[in-house]
Ligand binder design. Structure first.
Ligand code: GAR
Length: 190
């Protein structure tokens, strides 16, 4: 059965785009009902429009996070989405939205959780000196980068890696991992 997705993105949207590609080439049985961004200038919005996907910018006020989450939540429900996909969405969700879609929100993080939670995970990995890092898709809970893991991929850290080169190598794997995780988790949720 086709999984209905809502995607939340704040930035360039390359993970969002990798999901769109797999849907378009028939390897992921899903449909993106809506792309929501907290930033009016997010490249993800433009990418969505290019693919005929409905978009919505909802302004984000960090002193009133509930307002964003209520609007986003209503829209996601109205569209009948099975899963909410955080794809480079750089805001922490409050217990309100997490509770409203409990077990149905996924996030991608550029490290092998539970290592290197939070911002700049690739830099954290380099600074620590690990030889292997990677990416993780997990179910979103109230705690940051901490919910049940759906899927992971490992990526080697090379001696001459910079933050940029390591991030690019991880990103390549993220693009394969997210569609795979949606396939795995979507089946469980339907
Ligand atoms: C990705 O590397 C994603 O893992 C990361 O932001 C980037 C978004 O790229 N997310 C986080 O660090 C969340 N903690 P994209 O906009 O091209 O998909």
């Amino acid at each position: 059965m086709t999984v209905k997705l809502a995607v939340l993105a704040s930035g360039r949207g390359s993970n969002f785009h990798s999901i769109v590609r797999e849907i378009e080439d028939g390897t992921l049985d899903a449909v993106i009902e809506i792309l929501i961004s907290d930033r009016p200038d997010a490249a993800a919005l433009k990418r969505a429009e290019e693919h005929g996907i409905e978009t919505r910018h909802i302004p984000y006020d960090k002193n009133n996070r509930r307002a964003f989450e209520e609007k986003a939540g209503d829209l996601i429900e109205e569209k009948g989405c099975d899963l909410v996909i955080l794809a480079g969405f750089m805001r922490l969700l409050t217990p309100y939205l997490v509770g409203r879609f409990e077990g149905r929100i996924l996030n991608i993080h550029p490290a092998l959780l539970p290592a290197f939670k939070g911002l700049d995970a690739q830099r954290q990995a380099l600074e620590y000196g690990v030889k292997i890092t990677g990416c993780t898709v997990h179910v979103v809970t109230e705690d940051m980068d901490a919910g049940p893991i759906v899927a992971q991929r490992a990526v080697p850290v090379l001696d001459d890696d910079t933050e940029e080169s390591l991030s690019a190598r991880i990103l390549e794997e993220e693009h394969k991992l997210y569609p795979e995780a949606i396939r795995i988790h979507g089946k469980k949720r339907m």
